[in-house]
Ligand binder design. Structure first.
Ligand code: PBG
Length: 335
């Protein structure tokens, strides 16, 4: 028996009409990804011609400066605007006061200079925090009880940020969550003639368990004294507090703010963007990368489609840009 419908009433709106052809889907798509949305986090090693895989982050390598410069050329040629630089500091250079962090010829400072010399058009972000430099793996200077001292740490971060700016960093990115450090860094940058150095604040950074592979990559795994960073990173149960943090960092002189981690916190990105309407970034962190890669390697998820969908979600939530270990792969997929 042929299938028949009665004539009407027809749906007044057929949402499927605009989904029926590729041209129409292209025309009405609200959000799109481009390589210009990405910042690529990289890990730098001492030495030359050194390359080390990070086991929990398949496809990501720690590179010595010479190899990193070569990678930076590729990153720039793909249309990715910037790198975020993280050092792998040899154990013998770590200390209680983290003074290696602001040495003018430290690993980060030399890397920034080499990158800006070789690929000047590529933006360089530096991480301002003491965890790669402390023997205990905390982001700041601790008292006898292991408590991270706010104002003493902030002074150290000011020195570190200034040494990055002097080396030529375009953006300093404090990821430590001390109170008042954005204002202190901004004042010092202004006073020392670096009024155009940008600050991207890790403003709403949560005490997340998704950072494990990163701590592996920079070699701070296993040695975090006290076992967690709960006395300065945010409680994952909080949302209003993220707005308070972002508003403070903006008032202190941050140019851009960041929410971290990314996918589990896109609700925070949306609130921040709606309320504050400022350049807003999020970090798809190491654990997010690792879990995607694990599923890709098992053949459980389709690599390119899922990678791009995960990144599109950040844009749809309101991000102006995304720090992601997928930056190079995604930019290639988008060419
Ligand atoms: C440390 C820092 C961390 C990350 C960026 N900067 C780790 C932490 O706070 O313990 C994590 C990035 C990632 O997981 O990809 N200041």
């Amino acid at each position: 028996m042929p299938f028949t419908t009665s004539r009407g009433p027809f749906p007044a709106t057929r949402m499927r009409r605009l989904r029926a052809s590729a041209f129409a889907r292209d025309l009405v798509r609200e959000t799109a990804l481009s390589p210009a949305d990405f910042i690529f986090p990289v890990f730098v090693l001492e030495g030359s011609n050194q390359r080390e895989a990070v086991p929990s982050m398949p496809g990501i390598e720690r590179l010595s400066i010479d190899l990193l410069v070569a990678q930076a050329r590729e990153v720039a040629s793909l249309g990715i605007p910037a790198l975020a630089l993280f050092p792998v500091v040899p154990a013998e250079r770590k200390s209680l006061d983290a003074s290696e962090a602001w040495r003018s010829d430290g690993l980060v400072q030399r890397t920034v200079a080499a990158l800006k010399d070789a690929v000047p058009e590529l933006g360089v972000l530096t991480d301002v925090a003491l965890d790669p430099y402390t023997t205990h793996g905390q982001d700041g200077i601790i008292d006898e009880a292991g408590y991270v001292l706010n104002d003493v740490t902030s002074e150290a971060l000011v020195r570190q940020a200034l040494s990055h700016a002097e080396a030529g960093a375009d953006v300093v990115a404090p990821s430590d969550m001390m109170d008042g450090r954005i204002g202190a860094i901004r004042q010092e940058l202004e006073a020392q003639g670096h009024s155009n150095t940008l600050i991207m604040s890790y403003a709403a950074k949560y005490a997340s368990s998704y950072y494990g592979p990163f701590r592996d990559a920079v070699g701070s795994a296993g040695n975090i004294k006290g076992g967690n960073k709960h006395s300065y990173q945010m409680d994952p149960g909080n949302s209003d507090e993220a707005l308070h943090e972002c508003a403070l960092d903006l008032a202190e002189g941050a140019d851009m703010i960041m929410v971290k981690p990314g996918m589990p916190y896109l609700d925070i990105v949306r609130r921040v963007k709606d309320e504050l309407k400022v350049p807003t970034f999020a970090y798809q962190v190491s654990g997010e990368y690792a879990m995607h890669k694990a599923a890709f390697q098992q053949g459980w998820l389709s690599q390119e489609a899922v990678m791009l969908e995960s990144l599109l979600a950040f844009k749809r939530a309101g991000c102006d840009g995304i720090l992601t270990y997928f930056a190079v792969e995604a930019a290639k997929a988008l060419q």
